[in-house]
Write a protein that binds this ligand. Structure first.
Ligand code: GLU
Length: 312
């Protein structure tokens, strides 16, 4: 039993890549007799819209991917994150950072070879780590609101992903609270997954490189560390990451082209080696056939005829 979840940020309609990942997460949970939870990662109230949450839930329902319990929303859990951040502050594991995003990117230490493991994109070089009281005061008076970073001491974390295998990454002093006061993604996701009792996180492998940070934070906080299964992304026919400009990339687009959700599910299942082309196994049958060992480890390129806006 390893309860699973799907936790999209409702900033846009889900595309076929997101839906295929949700399908795998659902299959992984259901095939082990586990619960499957739905969380709306809607912390960023400027970028998130309830209409996108609604359409995401509709899409999952249309594909037959049911979830257990109520939808959990990050926007309604501020207290949980505040407590966690307070604990980290009390343990002297944080420091304020006054760098702007632009400064961080300019100083990003990616180009320097890491002693061990991969360095996440935009890794923080540690500029504000050693600021003394006078330095902090000077920046405070210039009106810069600080973000809060974790003191990570260059730790290295290695873990075994159920699909990607062994992955090792260096931990930078990543942000746990943004300058606008909102808890950062890496903090919220660790607290949520632990609090919700998630046993396995299944998500796109664009988040693989940030996973060592999350494991490191979970260890520091003494909370449960889930297992991980990172799914290779879906690319458009041109080999670029799937996006709106590729044409018919949402379930609604596909419907408008005359494809039913069951047909789309069968296309996903075929891409995962679970059925023949055009075969339409039931969900129960797909659960029976699901086998992580058979999942492809390469990206899936959306077939040309699916993305084009001309009917099938
Ligand atoms: N909410 C995140 C996103 O939409 C994913 C969270 C996760 O799966 O860890 O990218």
């Amino acid at each position: 039993m390893a309860d699973g979840r799907f936790a999209p940020s409702p900033t846009a309609p889900l595309h076929l890549g997101n839906l295929r990942t949700a399908f795998i997460a659902w299959l992984a949970a259901r095939s082990s007799g586990s619960r499957f939870l739905y969380r709306s990662d809607d912390m960023d109230q400027v970028a998130c819209r309830s209409e996108h949450e609604l359409s995401a839930l509709r899409d999952l329902q249309a594909l037959g991917l049911d979830h257990d319990g109520e939808v959990v929303r990050q926007s309604e859990r501020a207290e949980l994150y505040r407590d966690a951040i307070d604990r980290l502050i009390a343990n002297d594991l944080t420091y304020p950072c006054y760098c702007t995003r632009r400064e961080v990117l300019a100083e990003a230490s990616e180009s320097i070879a890491a002693p061990h493991g991969a360095r996440p994109t935009g890794a923080y070089a540690g500029t504000c780590r050693t600021l003394d009281r006078a330095g902090r005061q000077e920046r405070e008076t210039s009106g810069r609101a600080p973000s809060l970073r974790l003191r990570s001491e260059g730790s290295v974390v290695s873990f075994t992903d159920r699909l990607a295998g062994i992955y090792e990454g260096e931990i930078d002093d990543f942000v746990i609270r943004r300058a606008d006061g909102t808890p950062a993604y890496n903090l919220a996701v660790v607290i949520d997954d632990a609090e919700q009792g998630i046993g396995e996180v299944v998500r796109g492998d664009d988040l693989l490189e940030t996973t060592p940070r999350q494991i490191h934070l979970a260890r520091l906080m003494g909370v449960n560390i889930p297992g991980y299964l990172h799914v290779p992304l879906v690319l458009g026919p041109d080999g670029e990451r799937l996006a709106k400009r590729h044409g018919a990339v949402t379930l609604d687009d596909q419907r408008a082209m005359g494809r039913t959700p069951t047909e789309i599910r069968s296309v996903f299942a075929h891409s995962l080696g679970l059925c023949e082309q055009n075969e339409q196994p039931s969900l129960d049958e797909l659960i029976k056939r699901f086998d992580v060992a058979r999942l492809p480890r390469e990206v899936w390129v959306l077939p040309d005829d699916m993305a084009s806006s001309v009917g099938p």
